[in-house]
Design a binder for this molecule. Structure first.
Ligand code: SAH
Length: 395
């Protein structure tokens, strides 16, 4: 067995690990018994030398990301079993090997016992995104496991970690193909078609996490005028049109997003004259929508990436939602989201509450939404629940 550097925690700091929380903060560490390099595998012990866990070491406030609570050899077979388990879950969810959907998240970090690792599957094109140095160092090993797992199919593997690794680690990482070279791929989600470019798209190429919420929108779209604000690839727009909306306006500040939305609308039924895409800033556009819409979707980018931006983010959600609640038609339906990890469900709800209270309109919560089950949340790691949504009816 390889010897790994041992990290000893301060007295009392073992309790969160014993409750299976996968992070160790730097302040909990008493000492290490050797030299530590970023990305090293470490063994974690309590102050009285009880073994607790193994994980990847990183410089920063989260010092260790735990991938097992057992003393094991984390070799190729170890990672293979983990990824196989993750695949089995997606198969049981009818995502892997399903006809109606061939885009799903295969590995969701802590939710799959692999903190720092995201793997998304796009109809044979697989995108690996490492958020930790330890996982980045394992990328070739992970790629081999994936090739073995999908051995009956031709798959492309693209490593897209350049923008997600801690920049201070200075690894000089470049996005690159680890196998194959397909970057543009057509995928199907709930029977709807989308063209994805994994190399140029945001995140790993598509917002896979809105699959179930988009489907819910089809239930409210028939005969309605719909605004899809922050449309990006036009996911919600395509579903609203599919659900029988009278009119759909897709808005985004990015020209690339407008182009993608138009292409995706066209992929699902040709030139649909019920649809119009507009390049505009959300706050400017929302100032003057009047009573044009029965259904509004607000799916903004993460307003807060860090704790210190939290208050501004909450103000942003409040302003945006206030504009929608003020102007939406009577009986209107608002789908409103936050994907900021640092904004808790309670804080998001409070911002939307404050927005509603200012308008004086009667507002009811019809659905409380989150991410789909291929983005599982470890019950010991509630921070993993990053997507929050509310469907509101405004009288
Ligand atoms: N709803 C989309 C994902 C939205 S991602 C989906 O289902 O796929 C957030 C989008 O907000 C990005 O496309 C970004 O270009 C856009 N955006 C960011 N700031 C904006 C602003 N101030 N006004 C309008 N769009 C903005």
């Amino acid at each position: 067995m390889n010897a790994f550097t041992k990290i000893i925690l301060k007295a009392g700091k073992e309790s969160s690990v014993m409750r299976l929380h996968p992070w160790i903060f730097s302040g909990a560490i008493q000492k290490a018994d050797g030299d530590l390099q970023e990305g090293d595998i470490v063994e974690v012990f309590s102050h009285d030398r009880q073994f607790l866990a193994m994980g990847h070491y990183q410089i920063g406030s989260i010092a260790v990301r735990i991938f097992t609570f057992q003393q094991v050899q984390p070799d190729a077979d170890f990672w293979k079993l983990k990824i196989q388990n993750a695949f089995n879950l997606r198969e049981s969810l009818k995502l892997a090997n399903s006809g109606a959907t061939n885009v799903y998240r295969l590995v969701h970090g802590e939710g799959d016992g692999m903190p720092g690792l995201i793997i998304d599957y796009y109809n044979g094109v697989i995108v690996i995104q490492a958020h930790s140095v330890g996982m980045y160092k394992l990328r070739h090993q992970i790629a081999s496991v994936i090739l073995e797992l999908f051995r009956n199919n031709q798959v492309t593997i693209y490593d897209k970690s350049e923008g997600t690794l801690p920049f201070k680690a200075n690894l000089g990482a470049k996005n690159e193909f680890l196998s194959g070279s397909t970057s543009i791929i057509d995928v199907v989600e709930n029977g709807y078609h989308f063209r994805i470019d994994v190399t140029t798209g945001q995140k790993t190429g598509f917002y896979i996490d809105q699959r179930d919420n988009r489907l819910l929108l089809t239930r409210y779209a028939a005969g309605k005028s719909v605004l899809n604000m922050f449309c990006y690839t036009g996911g919600f727009s395509v579903y609203a049109l599919g659900g029988g909306a009278n009119l759909v306006h897709s808005v985004d500040s990015s020209a690339q997003a407008i182009e993608l939305t138009e292409k995706n609308v066209a992929l699902n039924g040709g030139n649909d004259d019920r649809h119009k895409a507009v390049q505009a800033d959300a706050f400017a556009y929302m100032n003057a929508i009047g009573d044009a819409y029965d259904v509004i979707v607000l799916d903004p980018p993460a307003f807060a990436k860090h704790q210190d931006a939290l208050n501004n983010a909450l103000q942003g959600y409040k302003r945006l939602n206030a504009k929608a609640i003020e102007q939406i038609r009577s009986g209107g339906i608002l789908f409103t989201f936050s994907c900021s990890q640092v904004v808790s469900k309670e804080n998001f709800r409070k911002s939307v509450f404050a927005a509603a209270a200012n308008t004086g309109r009667h507002v009811r919560i019809l659905h409380q939404l989150t991410q789909p089950p291929d983005h599982p949340v470890s019950i010991y790691h509630p921070e993993g629940e990053y997507l929050k949504g509310l469907v509101l009816q405004v009288e």
